[in-house]
Ligand binder design. Structure first.
Ligand SMILES: Cc1cc2nc3c(=O)[nH]c(=O)nc-3n(C[C@H](O)[C@H](O)[C@H](O)COP(=O)(O)OP(=O)(O)OC[C@H]3O[C@@H](n4cnc5c(N)ncnc54)[C@H](O)[C@@H]3O)c2cc1C
Length: 449
């Protein structure tokens, strides 16, 4: 019988890796500690609405790494995607259209004409540079260029960063920003469009991938917590599951893929001394959490026809309002509408109920100031705070190749995928990209066996 590849975690990283490997004829067993698929993208049903764990959107639509995986394994028809391209800014002077391409920048009413020309001069060369060139800017901060801009243009950058990175310009590496601009450039084969599963729930992506792995004779098991990866003579020999404290089960395998944040896994899954301490410490430096406070609101009337609105200006706490029912009506029961508003926060805020409450109050006040009918339409609200939005920040020096490598030199049969590992892009796109980059390494290892 063929050796099973064990994948730890059923998020986008683990399941894209599993699907790519299953497609190549390997036997896959995914073990997930929680009762749900999707990891950070898990969804739930609440009062007949489909709620995601915070707002999730897929950058680069059909040019995304997730879509590439679906294409590679031939199942694109199984994932219907709704396009997210009705996006606007809201400033004190009203609504302004979000630019879909460089041409639109000239009509960007949000900022004065002179600033539009300046912006174009700045972004145009960036959009036509090479991915390799952007790596030279990985150590630089985006603020190196935005700090020289006028207040209006700076505010524009902040809104773009919020959409593309769910973060403020201060935290973004110039290299990562430039790669995003290139990938959004249609003349370079990219797209600036975004997507969301048409059936509702970002976890649809994980559900489809899981079904595919099972069809290929693999297993996807929830409520299976991995306690240890067992390594002997620098080779993986199996894993230990511990679902009931004290009751352990050993499963033999020569190949394990870890898909959850590497700086957690390296500190949890190995006996002391198995992994070089200096290596672990280097990876621990990637643990710089990005956090958000987000609130789902259900309304009994439609207050806007747009899909996404970015309030622009320092006086707004709310950095994004996502009209999820306008992206796909599948998320809400008839006659009701789901929106989610969010803002990035310091990670300490995510543990402070009083501060979260204050932020929610501010956001409600701000949304009412933009949409006076909001308050009377409100049926219920459901706030949440997330400390770990992405496994690594986009901070200068901590992007792309500085992330966790897919293999640890000297250890056989152990691989790492997920958003903390080498990949470009952010969030689910980076989790899927890591699988695209890692699965040939796993194939090579298996061939040598
Ligand atoms: C509020 C919020 C908003 C976001 N918005 C976006 C967005 O708009 N667009 C976007 O692309 N990304 C977004 N992200 C980021 C995105 O969710 C993550 O980057 C992505 O889901 C990471 O996938 P992953 O597979 O690498 O890790 P995870 O999703 O974390 O999956 C790892 C899995 O491993 C499991 N696991 C951990 N330990 C064990 C163990 N010992 N045994 C077994 N299983 C284990 C976990 O339970 C988890 O299911 C957002 C995240 C949050 C929290």
């Amino acid at each position: 019988m063929k050796n099973e590849i064990i994948i730890i975690g059923a998020g986008v990283g683990g399941l894209t890796a599993g699907a790519l490997l299953a497609n190549e004829g390997n036997l896959i067993r995914v073990v997930e500690k929680s009762p749900y698929l999707g990891g950070r993208t898990a969804s739930m049903i609440y009062k007949n609405h489909i709620l995601d764990n915070g707002f999730h959107i897929m950058p680069f639509y059909k040019k995304s790494a997730i879509f590439s995986v679906f294409k590679k394994i031939g199942i694109t028809s199984r994932l219907k995607l709704a396009k997210v391209d009705s996006i606007a800014f809201h400033s004190d002077s009203g609504f302004h259209k979000y630019p879909k391409g460089m041409g639109d920048l000239l009509q960007l009413s949000l900022i004065p004409f002179k600033s539009r020309i300046r912006l174009l001069k700045l972004l145009l060369p960036m959009a036509f540079t090479s991915i390799e060139k952007t790596e030279e800017w990985d150590e630089k901060s985006l603020t190196e260029i935005t700090n020289k801009l006028d207040a209006d243009t700076k505010a524009f950058f902040e809104a773009v960063c919020m959409l593309a990175f769910a973060d403020t310009a201060e935290h973004i590496s110039l290299g990562e920003f430039a790669r995003t601009i290139i990938r959004a450039n249609p003349f370079k084969g990219g797209t600036s469009e975004f997507a969301y599963p048409d059936d509702g729930g970002y976890d649809s992506i994980s559900k489809v991938l899981s079904e595919y792995i099972i069809e290929k004779h693999g297993k996807v098991e929830t409520k299976q917590k991995v306690k240890k990866i067992v390594i002997e003579n620098s080779k993986v020999i199996g894993i230990i599951l511990e679902n009931i404290p004290g009751k352990e089960e050993f499963i033999s395998t020569n190949c394990v893929v870890v898909s959850y944040p590497a700086y957690m896994a390296l500190n949890q899954l190995f006996d002391d001394g198995v992994i070089d301490r200096n290596f672990i410490e280097k990876i621990n430096r990637l643990d710089k959490k990005t956090a958000v406070v987000e609130v789902h609101f259900a309304l009994d009337s439609k207050i806007d026809n747009r899909q996404v609105v970015f309030p622009v200006g320092d006086h707004y706490t709310t950095k994004g309002i996502f009209f999820i029912s306008n992206i796909t009506s599948s998320v809400s029961p008839p006659g009701e509408h789901l929106i989610i508003a969010g803002t990035p926060v310091d990670p300490s805020v995510a543990d402070d109920p009083k501060k979260i409450k204050e932020i929610v109050q501010k956001m409600k006040h701000e949304i009412s100031s933009i949409y006076p009918e909001f308050t009377e339409s409100l049926l219920w609200e459901r706030p949440m705070a997330w400390k770990l939005v992405e496994s690594v920040v986009k901070e200068p020096g901590m992007v792309w190749k500085s992330k966790m490598p897919h293999q640890i030199p000297g250890i056989e049969g152990l691989f790492f995928v997920g958003d903390s590992t080498v990949s470009y892009g952010i969030g689910t796109d980076s989790a899927a990209h890591s699988s695209i980059l890692c699965h040939p390494l796993i194939e090579k290892f298996l061939e040598q066996k």
